[in-house]
Every structure is written in C-alpha cells, then in structure tokens.
Design a protein around this ligand. Structure first.
Ligand code: ADP
Ligand code: MG
Length: 268
C-alpha cells in the first residue's frame, strides 16, 4: 500500500509545488512507483510535470465530484516517460476552484479523495499531494487521506508565523478525521548559507523541532526555478544541478523515513 504525503503550507510561494514535483521525480529515479496529485487550481504541479492543464479532459476535480474514476483521470507525461524518470499525475486546472463550493452540497465531502485513492493505492509506493496555499476543503481532502505532512519552509524571520495554524489544523484532522496523520517533517527550502539570518533560523528550527526537521536542506538554485518553463522538474531538467541533487537526497531520506514510520505510533 502506498504511503501518502501532503505537501502543505498555507503560505504561497514557499516551495510546495517545487517540492512535490522534484520529490516525485527523485523518488521515481530511485525506482519508487509514484502518483503526484495536484490539488491546487493554479495547476502549477501539472504544468511543471509536462502536462498542459488546459488540454486535460479529466482532472482531480472530476474525481472529487465523482464524475470520473481516479484511474480514468490519471495521466502520464510523455516528457517524463522519455526521460526514464516518470511518475503518474492526477492533474488540476482552474475548474478545481469551483469544487470548493460544489462540495458543500455533498456528503462525506472531506473524504472524497481518500475514497478515490483506495482504488489505486496498491499500485504505488508513494502518493504526493501538492496542496493549495490555504487550509480549505481541498487541503482538508488531502489531509484526510495522508499518512503524513511535509511542510516546506524558508528560513526567514516570519517562517514560523502561520505554522501554528497549520499545526492546529493537522491536530484537529488527526483527532476527528484521520488517526494516521502526522507531521513528517519540516523541509528547509530555498536555503542560502551566505545569509546569516537563514543560518540562525535553520538552527532555531533544529532546536525547537529536532527530528521533525529533515536532514536534507534544499538550496536556492536557479535551475529548479527554470525547469517548470520546460515542463520538467529540476531533477529531470538538470540532474547535475545542486538543487536537483538535493531533491534526490531528500527522496532517499523519505524512503528511509517511511521504513521507520511503520514502527512508530502516529502522533500529530
Ligand atoms: P508554492 O507552491 O508554495 O507556491 P513554488 O514551488 O511554486 O511555491 O515556488 C515559488 C517560486 O520559487 C517559484 O517561482 C519557484 O520556481 C521558486 N523556487 C522554489 N524553490 C526554489 C529553489 N530551491 N531555488 C530557487 N527557486 C525556487
Ligand atoms: Mg504551488
């Protein structure tokens, strides 16, 4: 059965999508079977995986509204298949913004994605969910089916602001809807070691959250930012770049983390 992870942080522009697509590619590179789900109506993870969101016949929206099965809506990217480092994609586009309102009417609305995933989760080792920058019904659907949350964050002065809201939401979901859910870890991204403040915040994170902070640090790297315009994750676009290598290391760390997760009782 797949291990399911949400990449979440209600702040925008903190590196969620970059983490989702590069972790997916990194895991694929290590031979893991991966499904990447785009839960953001902006569809950046879809585009960044080489899928044109405007041409998608079926998306995660259809799955949530049950007008298609998950198997029908999952696609592969030709570019990724050609690269030999491929993962499956359940894409999103702006249509998904309407799901928030349409789901209000339906029963068990926060469990729609969970029910759908149950149909395919034996086919994957990892499912990664790229969440929108909000604690909305879409994010809730992600949190309800996940075993863990990966929180990308920049080591800046306000980094911890907002983390409290996310942690409280995760605690509530853990208590009421999903006993398996835990924060797997905080991932330091866009890191620039030359900036003293970033080093200080990074140290503070380690002190406060100890083993909840991933060992891998993702550096600020322009190749990671350029890659999506070619419809590729940085890991595939320029495997030799520092950022790409860091994400492969992170994928390795996740593979190790999953092994220990199976032995520990879940805690938020
Ligand atoms: P989010 O999904 O949280 O909104 P993104 O992953 O889209 O954040 O990242 C925001 C911006 O920062 C994008 O332009 C992305 O290319 C860039 N970016 C993300 N991570 C890095 C990095 N490690 N180095 C350089 N640029 C990055
Ligand atoms: Mg995003």
């Amino acid at each position: 059965m797949a291990k399911i992870f949400c990449i979440a942080n209600q702040k925008g522009g903190v590196g969620k999508t970059t983490t989702a697509i590069n972790l997916a590619a990194g895991l694929a590179k290590l031979g893991q079977r991966v499904l990447m789900i785009d839960l953001d109506p902006q569809g950046n993870a879809t585009m960044g995986s080489g899928i044109d969101k405007r041409k998608l016949a079926l998306t995660v929206y259809d799955v949530l509204l049950e007008s298609a099965t998950i198997a029908e809506a999952i696609v592969k990217s030709d570019k990724l298949v050609q690269s030999g480092c491929s993962y499956d994609i359940l894409g999103a586009n702006r249509e998904l913004a309407g799901a928030e309102i349409e789901l209000v009417e339906v029963t068990r609305r926060e469990k729609r994605l969970k029910l759908a995933l149950a149909q395919v989760d034996t086919e994957y080792d990892f499912v990664l969910i790229d969440c929108p920058p909000s604690l909305s019904m879409l994010t809730l659907n992600g949190l309800c089916c996940a075993h863990g949350v990966i929180v990308p964050m920049q080591c800046e002065y306000f980094a911890l602001e907002g983390l409290t809201d996310l942690v409280n939401t995760i605690k509530q979901v853990h208590a009421n809807l999903n006993k398996d859910l835990q924060i797997i870890g905080l991932l330091r991204v866009m890191f620039d070691p030359r900036i003293t403040l970033q080093q200080q915040v990074s140290e503070q994170l380690k002190e406060h959250f100890s083993d909840k902070v991933f060992n891998t640090v993702i550096p600020r790297n322009v190749r990671l930012a350029e890659a999506p315009s070619y419809g590729l994750p940085g890991v595939v676009f320029d495997p030799s770049a520092k950022g790409a290598q860091a994400f492969v290391n992170f994928a390795q760390e996740m593979v190790e983390r999953v092994k220990t997760m199976n032995h520990k009782p879940a805690q938020p």
